[in-house]
Design a binder for this molecule. Sequence first.
Ligand code: HXC
Length: 233
Amino acid sequence: MLHRHGCTTVIASRKFDRLKQSADALSIATGQQCLPIQMDVRKPIEVMNTVDEAISSFKRIDILINNAAGNFLTPTSGLSFNAYKTVLDIDTVGTFNVSKVIYEKYMQNHGGVIINITATLYYRGQTLQAHAGSAKAAIDALTKHFAVEWGPNNVRVIGIAPGLVAGTGFAMAIGGVDSDAYREYVSGIPLHRESAKVDVAHAVLFCVSPAAKMITGHTLVADGGSWLTFANP
Ligand code: HXC
């Protein structure tokens, strides 16, 4: 979506082969350059190297989308100490690391928009999600702290909280599109539909555009009203 609106992009994650495949597909589909860089958001040195490479390749970073997340469904009794810490490290510490480095190396002097992809899991204490819910709660706090601290440098910071998105790991975790559990989940959403990936992209596009130039420190829930009605099992 951002490519289709004139952006070049860097995509970064741990598995280079998958990244390269995605970058090639995106470039072919849109004609825009997409640079894949192997990086673990938990490792500050790798984050710093990635940001340096992005700036040296494109000379600017106008938009950061913090989208790295690890998640699985488990009761707290099935969550090891390390499992809890791992999810907070990826989601929360990862968001902190990448935002801090990009702010200090670029946005502090040039402005920009940071989008934190988050979730509504902690709004009502979703079962099986103590790890991801607390990680996302901390991300939502960072959205506000960064917005207040970095607003004077013309950096806007916005959270986007999707719900069920077709074709993602969470959709598989609740049984996949053909299961009764999936259909039941969707029928409990006030709009009676799950998101497509493009719906999330549209929310991002709005938030990074001048149409949202007065929005910062806010988390936009884009879940069809799901969090209002979802019943814990
Ligand atoms: C319980 C689990 C587990 C599971 C991993 N662990 N999977 N515990 N149930 N299903 C535990 C491991 O046993 C280990 O603890 C600890 O977590 C770390 O696991 P590792 O595999 O060593 O760590 P790592 O390689 O860093 O990967 C962790 C992971 C992984 C990110 C959680 O499962 C993964 O790569 N998942 C794919 C990415 C992903 O989940 N994306 C979905 C994001 S969607 P011990 O004690 O054994 O050492 C999302 C949105 C949700 O977040 C929105 C919902 C509405």
